[in-house]
Design a protein around this ligand. Structure first.
Ligand code: IFM
Length: 441
């Protein structure tokens, strides 16, 4: 395994290089903001693997200048962070983001805020349609304060995971186990995206994206039952979110399951709401008919899926796995990007990878270097195949609070000692810094 960068292919000069984080996972300083559904969820014993909370996390609110210095030394063009809605609701809450944005601009780094990365204020509920309107009001408040310095915006992060894990399976906040009754949560988030985009447009924004999680779905075999199960899974995890945004329609059979005046809402969701489309990619998923032969078929990313689903998730063999057990399959990223281009054709806005990364322990993280190297080559292969891809953001700048996994999974380019809050750049940080220098030479 090599840590040299000279063999990475050449990317376009204006390709946007960045790293990502999210508010709840790094900020701390919970005492000076209102509670979010994640504060409530983590306070409940048994919900987080190591029993931890994000009360301190990476203490980023106090240490943001040190963190921006790490970004500057890394040499990224852009920093994707999220704005905490409960913080913005609290007196003076937006002041922190003003300071952060000013510091980023001073260091020549482009701020790319995400407006919602799962930390919903307590009292709001995505099952309720009204939350979409409240989200648009909040977006208007944030853009009013930051819009003179921030031009590139992301509305939502991974509405699929927030729907599936938070509302269908209950392994994320707010911990609801509604299974298919969680579908309105998907619709209301999409509507929230559309209404927030209108608010951003009204403030003059011309650079709006979304960060959706996607991965290829591989049928376990050519058996029609496996193929049908994989198609179902693909609709629920991929197309349920991309079709309405890009095509203005739900996949067949879905619209009738959604609440409200769906055809009017689809216009709000899709009309002039995206200048680019962000993809968070981690892994492909192999899917077969329910009750497959594999004992692990009811497990998905550490989540036990309930019985009675019309599919089963199968193990992907023959690839290395991360500390999360996720298979490392860079070529599936090329497949995904080319598949998006083929599926959506001229309707597809320019793409960006808004998250890609891996959980590994250790500061001499050669596995992460190999992971990034492989995935950047996969991104380049998609560019060569003609996919209009404008940027790539690593998840994550630093180790942080990994939701239901607590602090047991480390995704950072920078190691965080949670006792002392000492930041130590890992080997992968130096590798990426050198790769970026080479790219700019
Ligand atoms: O940490 C998360 C992030 O918040 C959303 N995308 C996936 C990451 C790794 O699980």
């Amino acid at each position: 395994m090599s840590d040299s960068t000279d063999r990475l292919p050449v990317f376009p000069r204006d390709f946007l290089w960045g790293v990502s984080t999210s508010a709840h996972q790094i900020e701390g300083a919970v005492e000076v903001r209102g509670p979010s559904v994640w504060d409530v969820f983590t306070a409940e014993p048994g919900n987080v693997r190591d029993g931890s909370t994000a009360v301190v996390a990476c203490d980023h609110v106090a240490r943001y200048q040190e963190d921006v210095a790490l970004l500057r030394d890394l040499g990224v063009d852009a920093y994707r962070f999220s704005v905490s809605w409960p913080r913005v609701q609290s007196p003076g809450g937006l002041d922190f983001y003003e300071r952060l944005v000013d510091e980023l601009c001073e260091q020549g780094i482009r701020p790319v805020p995400t407006l919602f990365h799962w930390d919903l204020p307590v009292g709001l509920d995505w099952l309720e349609r009204d939350t979409a309107s409240r989200f648009a009001e909040y977006a208007a408040t944030v853009v009013e304060r930051l819009g003179d310095r921030v031009t590139k915006w992301i509305t939502l992060n991974e509405p699929a995971e927030h729907t599936l894990l938070g509302h269908a399976l209950g392994t994320h906040a707010p911990g609801k186990k509604l299974l298919f009754d969680a579908l309105p949560v998907a619709h209301h988030q999409l509507l929230g995206h559309g209404l927030a985009a209108q608010a951003l447009r009204a403030a003059g924004v011309r650079d709006i994206g979304i960060a959706n999680s996607h991965g290829p779905t591989w049928p376990a075999s050519t058996d029609p039952a496996d193929v049908e199960a994989a198609e179902f899974y693909d609709v629920i995890l991929n197309r349920l979110f991309s079709d309405p945004l890009i095509l203005g329609e739900y996949p067949e059979g879905i619209a009738e399951l959604m609440p409200g005046d769906v055809s009017a809402d689809l216009k709000v969701i899709s009309e002039d709401t995206l200048d680019w489309y962000g993809i968070n990619y981690y892994q492909p998923t192999k899917v077969g008919a329910p009750g497959g032969p594999d004992d692990g078929s009811t497990e998905f990313s550490g989540v036990t899926l309930p019985p009675g689903l019309p599919f089963s998730v199968r193990e992907i063999e023959g690839f290395p796995v991360t500390d999360f057990g996720w298979p490392v399959v860079p070529e599936a990223l090329t497949e995904l990007l080319v598949g998006f281009r083929d599926r959506y054709g001229d309707r597809l806005p320019p793409l960006a990878i808004t998250e890609n990364g891996c959980a590994y322990e250790g500061i001499d993280d050669q596995e992460r270097i190999a992971y990034l190297d492989g995935h950047l080559r996969a991104v380049h292969a998609a560019l060569e195949a003609g996919v209009d891809l404008r940027g790539y953001f690593v998840w994550s700048l630093m180790d942080n609070f990994e939701w239901a996994e607590g602090y047991t999974k480390r995704f950072g380019l920078v190691h965080v000692d949670y006792e002392t809050q000492t930041r130590t750049p890992k080997a992968s940080y130096r590798w990426l810094r050198d790769a970026l220098r080479t790219h700019r030479a």
